[in-house]
Design a protein around this ligand. Sequence first.
Ligand SMILES: Cc1cc2nc3c(=O)[nH]c(=O)nc-3n(C[C@H](O)[C@H](O)[C@H](O)COP(=O)(O)OP(=O)(O)OC[C@H]3O[C@@H](n4cnc5c(N)ncnc54)[C@H](O)[C@@H]3O)c2cc1C
Length: 328
Amino acid sequence: MFKIQLKNSKSFICSEDQTIFEAAKIAGLILEHSCLSARCKSCLAKVVEGKTIEIGEDLVLSSSDKQEGYILTCNTKPLSHVILNIEDIDNVDLSHPKTIPSKIDVLEFVSKDVVKLVLRTPPNSYIDFLSGQYVNIIMGSIKRSYSLAAARRNDHKLEFFIKNYKGGVMSNYLFESAKINDVLRLEGALGTFFYRHKKSKNIVFLATGTGIAPVKSILDHFDGNPELVSNKNIWVLWGARYEEELFWAPKYQNIKLHFIPVLSRTNPNWKGAKGYVQNVLQEHEIDLSDAQVYACGCNDMINSAFKLLAEKGLPEHQFYSDAFVSSN
Ligand SMILES: Cc1cc2nc3c(=O)[nH]c(=O)nc-3n(C[C@H](O)[C@H](O)[C@H](O)COP(=O)(O)OP(=O)(O)OC[C@H]3O[C@@H](n4cnc5c(N)ncnc54)[C@H](O)[C@@H]3O)c2cc1C
């Protein structure tokens, strides 16, 4: 049995057969996480002292990350007492994930490659979630993760934006054969991508493609609770390749935000920002030392943004991410 100590001096016991993430959970401490399958970096931590070993191959840490002492808590066991540079998530009421049935209520094609899916849950059951979290949608033996794309509502409906992938089992079903009232099961809510109420003056959202879904959910929540973000500057940078892929635009009554769509491919008539969201962010003079950044969508953007923004003064622990990695 080894002692794992966090930056805020909290500690827990982890056996040599447990991952650090699992042991923390058993001890009642929630660590940042998302996929829990070593495919994203949401559960990244730095080993300050001690020895650890990976339980399986991870697909995201570079050899220099590893040399610098970074680990994924979902994929790492201790070999000694360990001190980590992370804190647990405190003061957040996360409900236990549950599995419930749902029926397709709306299928609306919002662009060539993205469908807005609304699922209706039975009157006596509902998935309780924090804006920004995701659920697993289950069809027979197929299970895929999708972020909720709206704040909690009272009509038992849950909204998603889902991209069509070539040869993708779930997305092709939704695009080609799904019908209103088809039954799908839901498991959740999952993940720790949600807004943290802190002192930071600037709140920056970086999204690519359907990565705008959890961002929209959080913004919807702000719009219903504007006191959460009074006196804060909110930036939303949303990346797509072409203009016709921008399937959403913010229309909020109670909050103000700087919305910057960014296109990465040549669009002859486009007068807006060009390139990648993380680079465009740097063109704006945002004090990153007083910012929280929430990044969601493709892994490359998230990894590049994390490196770039940390170099420009963003404290590492103020960067939150949810990578839409393949969930099969
Ligand atoms: C936490 C989380 C939240 C997510 N939220 C959303 C969301 O809100 N909206 C959304 O559209 N997607 C989201 N995804 C991705 C989603 O879970 C599926 O991976 C995606 O819908 C493809 O599933 P599929 O069954 O259609 O394709 P599969 O049958 O799983 O795969 C078909 C092919 O597509 C490739 N592929 C599958 N998924 C991806 C991917 N994400 N990136 C690149 N290539 C891929 C596979 O490698 C394979 O070649 C999320 C993923 C995670 C981990």
